[in-house]
Ligand binder design. Structure first.
Ligand code: SF4
Length: 363
């Protein structure tokens, strides 16, 4: 088990807490010790930068200020308030967990680490953050920032994205945690990684841990942390049809294990490779969708929108299609007034398109 020397561990924790006191950012969730508020903030921050996450946090907690309001909401409403944050399974899992807390724990957030961990969508990191921030329980948190700080301080070259690496870093994080100040220590080391020991060009010369940092002493700061896996990304080609007729358009709710489960989108044709419109027209999916349409009035932007997700890059083209009459092929889609699109939870990609579109409604 990897441990920091006892005297060094106490020093690190003390220095981190002093540093935190001086440099911490004023963030809305830091004013709260409500586990629900900490939970929401941690889930938002899992894939979102703090400066972006703040507004979403205010909006989400404004609409769902406590566990029961979240538990009683519809999934559509929850997704609508999550819109723009991406990784929508996080919102669905929180919704499920809120219902579970109401049903099993009378609406009171459990205070025990293991029970917190059993809630849908809460992993070791989030459970440790909630248990330590709210109840000062001595559970080490290890997020990307903590990995980086520890990897550099102790020059650990075991890749952080391996089982062995995770164990080493978890043990090390536990060994420098002062149980008396678990909550503030955890917040301090995370903030230290986010602001001081940053991925590129950390300002080591003004770092309070410079004298004990092995990576700094050996001039190898940029070599830590070590990662093994390079995540493969997959390119996808989406062709969306913003179909309009008599002030209406058509949407479809995505289901299943693919991206954006539960979100609404325009009729979509996905192709294996990039296609221009003349190629797209030859596809069976296009002919099926517009077989009865006769002459179509179609407008499109020339360039596809590139939309980067964690393991996928989407290249999306949008076609605005004006119909002369109703199409049977749209029977399985939801017909909505154009001006009501905003009432549905839609992916950020479609939101970007609509923002840029002159959404003129018919007289
Ligand atoms: S000296 Fe540099 S690399 Fe080491 S902990 Fe401080 S900021 Fe990070």
């Amino acid at each position: 088990m990897k441990k920091a020397p006892v005297n060094e561990a106490g020093f690190i924790s003390k220095m981190l807490i002093i540093w935190y006191d001086k440099h911490k950012r004023d963030l809305p969730w830091r004013k709260s010790t409500d586990p629900y508020i900490i939970w929401v903030s941690e889930i938002i921050l899992q894939q979102t930068r703090v400066d972006q996450g703040k507004d979403y946090f205010e909006r989400f907690t404004g609409r769902f200020p406590d566990i029961s309001s979240l538990a009683n909401a519809s999934e559509d409403d929850v997704l609508k308030y999550w819109q723009g944050l991406g990784y929508y399974s996080r919102a669905r899992n929180m919704h499920t967990a809120a219902k579970m807390i109401v049903e099993k724990y009378d609406g009171i957030f459990p205070a025990d680490y293991k029970t917190i961990l059993s809630l849908r969508g809460i992993g070791e990191y989030t459970a440790a953050a909630i248990a330590s921030f709210v109840w000062n329980q001595p559970c080490p948190v290890v997020d990307g920032n903590v990995f980086r700080v520890l990897a550099r301080l102790f020059a650990i070259d075991t890749p952080v994205d391996t089982t062995a690496g995770k164990k080493i870093f978890f043990d090390l994080a536990g060994s420098i945690l002062d149980p008396q100040y678990a909550g503030v220590h955890n917040q301090a080391i995370m903030e230290f990684g986010a602001l001081q020991c940053v991925p590129r060009n950390p300002e080591c010369l003004i770092c309070p841990l410079m004298n004990i940092c092995i990576a700094y002493a050996s001039g190898e700061v940029q070599n830590y942390p070590v990662k093994r896996h390079k995540t493969k990304t997959r390119n996808r080609y989406f062709h969306y049809f913003y179909i309009v007729y008599n002030g209406y358009t058509w949407l479809h709710r995505r289901e299943g294990k693919d991206i954006w489960n539960g979100l609404y989108e325009f009729p979509l044709i996905e192709t294996e490779s990039p296609m221009d419109f003349s190629q797209l027209q030859q596809t069976a999916a296009f002919q099926e969708l517009f077989r009865q349409a006769g002459r179509l009035t179609i407008s499109t932007s020339n360039l596809p929108i590139k939309h980067v997700l964690s393991h996928q890059v989407l290249y999306a083209r949008f076609y605005r299609v004006e119909l002369n009459g109703q199409l049977d092929s749209l029977d399985n889609y939801l017909r909505v007034l154009q001006q009501d699109i905003d009432q549905y939870a839609i992916p950020r990609l479609i939101h970007i398109y609509l923002e840029n579109l002159d959404r003129k409604l018919p007289d």
